[in-house]
Write a protein that binds this ligand. Structure first.
Ligand SMILES: NC(=O)c1ccc[n+]([C@@H]2O[C@H](COP(=O)([O-])OP(=O)(O)OC[C@H]3O[C@@H](n4cnc5c(N)ncnc54)[C@H](OP(=O)(O)O)[C@@H]3O)[C@@H](O)[C@H]2O)c1
Length: 245
């Protein structure tokens, strides 16, 4: 029986590259999307035409009912989920004093509560099967904090400590929980960052790179492999050395 992965926010960027990677590795792929229906359907059609078993499911990860429905549909189609990638996320740059209550709540709803919703929906079956991998997408800003992104950094810090706590709780159930904390990755999320600032980041990065989403997808995939079965509760930081902690 083929393994199955569910990736949140897989219509674009890192999530999309991750869906493509797992598909190439022979997984059944569940593509979650929220607003980018055309992009999700385009990805779905490409995966189906290359022989991957895949479905695309619309759900706002912050909405518990929609997430429950998504998992019901996923289990109905594939019977099990071996790997959950909590990737869906939003970001913006705002001075802390200008962040509205609504903005603060929304970023936590998507980045943190979305992960909470998906983990609670996937875990009953993973625990009863004593098997599973959860990979949460954090950020280097969750490790060291970013100016004008206090709200985003706080959500990513929460993802990191949640990952560590859950790894301890679920280890005896043979479920591995890890986080991937990238630096700058060339996706829509950083489309507003000027070329000059990106050059500065590249210059200050020991490996002199801005990561491609495919490179982050490779790291996410590695964390699903049998060979990494001793790695849990860790934060993998593929930032080219931009942040070394
Ligand atoms: N790019 C970077 O430099 C960078 C660095 C470190 C960490 N990260 C993290 O990596 C993850 C992916 O980022 P990215 O760069 O690939 O971003 P992106 O290109 O902006 O894509 C974001 C994805 O999240 C989905 N999404 C947003 N809100 C959602 C919701 N409420 N429910 C379900 N899906 C939702 C979007 O779906 P729709 O378009 O369908 O709405 C889209 O597929 C995020 O967690 C981000 O914080 C990114």
């Amino acid at each position: 029986m083929k393994n199955t992965v569910l990736i949140t926010g897989a219509s674009r960027g890192i999530g999309k590259a991750t869906a493509e990677k797992f598909a190439r590795e022979g997984y059944n792929v569940i593509i979650n999307y929220y607003k980018s229906k055309d992009k999700a359907i385009d990805l779905l059609e490409r995966l189906l035409s290359s022989g991957t078993n895949a479905i695309a499911i619309q759900a706002d990860v912050s909405n518990r009912k929609q997430v429950e429905k998504m998992f019901e549909e996923a289990y109905e189609k594939f019977g099990k989920i071996d790997v959950l990638v909590n990737n869906a996320g939003i970001a913006d740059m705002t001075l802390f004093t200008d962040i509205t209550e609504e903005q603060w709540k929304r970023i936590f709803d998507v980045n943190v509560n979305g992960m909470f919703n998906c983990c609670q929906c996937v875990l009953p079956r993973m625990i009863s099967e004593k098997s599973g991998r959860i990979i949460n997408i954090a950020s280097i800003w969750g490790l060291v904090g970013a100016s004008c992104e206090a709200h985003y950094s706080a959500t990513k810090g929460a993802i990191i400590s949640f990952t560590k706590a859950l790894a301890k709780e679920l280890g005896p159930s043979n479920i591995l929980v890890n986080a991937v904390a990238p630096g700058a990755v060339d996706t829509d999320m950083i489309a507003n960052v000027s070329g000059e600032v990106l050059e500065e980041i590249r210059y200050e990065t020991p490996l002199e790179v801005i990561a491609k989403p495919e490179e982050i997808a490779d790291i996410i995939y590695i964390l699903s492999r049998e060979e990494t079965k001793l790695i849990t509760g860790q934060v993998i930081n593929p930032s080219g050395g931009f942040v070394i902690v």
